[in-house]
Design a protein around this ligand. Structure first.
Ligand code: PEP
Length: 260
């Protein structure tokens, strides 16, 4: 085994309502009880449901995550949500740089870097999402794009913070499309990311940092992808809205993670 603890995140995006979000949290929380599995499981509900979903997860081993945060600590920023506010609600994790925020909401590399720094300096754990578009992949630029995103996001991040982040490799063309990356594409991308971390920091940090795959993960492909060298779990969108599918992806992560 790699020694890295598997990680599975459920990104609910702008889905569920108060009642269905609570019910989903209760159902998955009832199966993920403390001591049952040696993996980190985090769900990322919409902002307005954080508190109630957090309540529904009480007593379970699932941690609470937020889908975004402000790059600023506080102030006149209508509609923004700060790291402190998230932590007040019991949030432990936050997604940074999700492709929907980068590509649909125009979030820049600079803003991703500021948000990542803010999250970590405030005491939140962060999942940094990176990944290329289909056009970039077709142009043979996938690795270059991911390296560029990492260079920018990590350019002032200390090794102490960097070793704690989870990096989610999420090819944009695989997100919500039903077309997951092949297991070998995922392995290659994860290898490139680990190589990048080794050159940016050092080989010890690179071999300890967790890199997970995201993009159309379902119970039917999770085991194969998680069995690839260097894949430490997954970030799950659509399938995280179905308790049974999410739980079966979690169990694939506990048994399927390969060494690397
Ligand atoms: C995501 O939003 O991070 C994601 C991976 O979505 P999906 O699983 O639906 O492709």
């Amino acid at each position: 085994m790699s020694g890295r603890r598997p990680f599975v995140g459920g990104n609910w995006k702008m889905n569920t309502d108060l009642a269905s979000g609570e019910a989903l949290a209760r159902t998955v929380g009832a199966e993920c009880v403390p001591g049952l599995g040696s993996l980190d499981v985090v769900v990322f509900p919409p902002f307005p449901y954080l508190q109630s979903v957090g309540g529904a997860l009480q007593g379970s081993a699932i941690e609470l995550g937020a889908q975004d945060l402000s790059s600023e600590a506080n102030g006149a920023l209508t509609g923004e949500v700060s790291a402190e506010m998230l932590m007040d609600l019991g949030v432990a994790w936050v997604l940074v740089g999700h492709s929907e925020r980068r590509h649909r909401l125009g979030e820049s590399e600079a803003l991703v870097e500021e948000k990542l720094t803010m999250a970590l300096e405030s005491g939140l754990s962060a999942v940094l999402c990176v990944g290329e578009t289909l056009e970039q992949r077709r142009a043979g630029r996938a690795h270059e794009i991911v390296r560029h995103q990492l260079t920018s996001a990590l350019h002032r991040l200390s090794a102490d913070f960097a070793r704690e982040i989870v990096i989610a490799y999420e090819p944009v063309w695989a997100i919500g499309t039903g077309v997951a990356a092949t297991a070998s594409d995922a392995r290659e991308a994860h290898h490139e990311i680990r190589e990048f971390m080794s050159s940016r920091y050092d080989s010890e940090l690179a071999s300890g940092v967790r890199i997970v795959y995201g993009g159309s993960l379902v119970p039917g492909n999770a085991k194969t992808i998680f069995a690839e060298l260097g894949v430490d779990g997954g970030l799950v969108g659509g399938a995280s809205l179905k308790a049974g599918d999410f739980l079966s992806i979690c169990s694939a992560a506990t048994i399927g993670i390969a060494a690397g």
